[in-house]
Write a protein that binds this ligand. Sequence first.
Ligand SMILES: C[S@@+](CC[C@H](N)C(=O)[O-])C[C@H]1O[C@@H](n2cnc3c(N)ncnc32)[C@H](O)[C@@H]1O
Length: 322
Amino acid sequence: MFDVLEVARQLKNAVLAEPERFDATEADAWVTGLPGPGEVQVRTGREPLWRNLGYWRDVERVDESNCERAGELFAAAQARLAHLLATTAGLREADAVLDCGFGYADQDILWAEDYRPARIVGLNATPHQVRVGRERMRLLGLEPVVSLELGSATRVPFGADAFDVVFALESAIHFRTREDFLREAARVLRPGGRLVVADLCQRTDRETGVGLRRRLRHRYWRGRYAFPEANVWTTQRYAAELGRAGFEAIRLTSIASDVFPAVNTALAALRGTRAAASPPESRSLAQVRSDVRHARGMEFEELHWLTRFNCDEYVIVSAVRS
Ligand SMILES: C[S@@+](CC[C@H](N)C(=O)[O-])C[C@H]1O[C@@H](n2cnc3c(N)ncnc32)[C@H](O)[C@@H]1O
């Protein structure tokens, strides 16, 4: 039946791109097939609760033969993305780190345990995630190293030169605005400090000449996923904004071909296995395999980060505070 309230809720979400809604307990799962915020359960603190698309280079990718293991393979690729940020930054023991937009803080656990920086401060706009993240740190005994704060990456509650490294793992696209975040990152980094970001953008301008229907579709999906229009940048614009904010040694490295196609297949498998597992059973494993085969055959331009958000680029951004 046509649900007026549901349509109204979705339209409101689309118009108000509020990051605070992200994984709030009343929100939907960010990906069908993964636990929604209301289903997040922390027992040991080690349950993977990542909220990024993953870096699928040199890891097992999902295909027709292993789609039952899509959740586990996805988590491995997501952890790999966190490692890529750490190695890009040359993360080391003396470092004081600011992590902006930490989700459920999976990357902070990984960085604290595998790279042993002196201190990690996480800043996140979603109260539910901050609560869950803190509980995980308590369970894992990481409270002396990792502190998680509720707040916005666009108004960092620390003084100048407080950090050696600033990270934003697939979160800067949501900050209102990314430009404000770059200014704040430059302020709180000491001179010579490193900024490393995993982010979505456009290789070249994809906005000009787009027809009204597609523009409205992009507007709607960007709103729903708290992606402000002000953050629709090309790589060229991104580099220019970093320079303006006070960074040098600016590099944007494309990893799009190791992100979008593989995660698209993983999500098809997750959606299918979730549907197969939940009564009334609507999908057989053979159907899930067929969904996965279809996803693997999709053209790059058909992937939903392009059709919904008009983003065809996924970059690792690195820069040094002048
Ligand atoms: C796509 S998730 C990525 C989470 C995490 N980095 C990961 O890889 O699992 C984006 C995160 O950015 C956070 N966020 C959005 N806007 C924010 C802001 N202005 N300041 C801090 N965090 C924000 C959201 O709450 C969410 O946790």
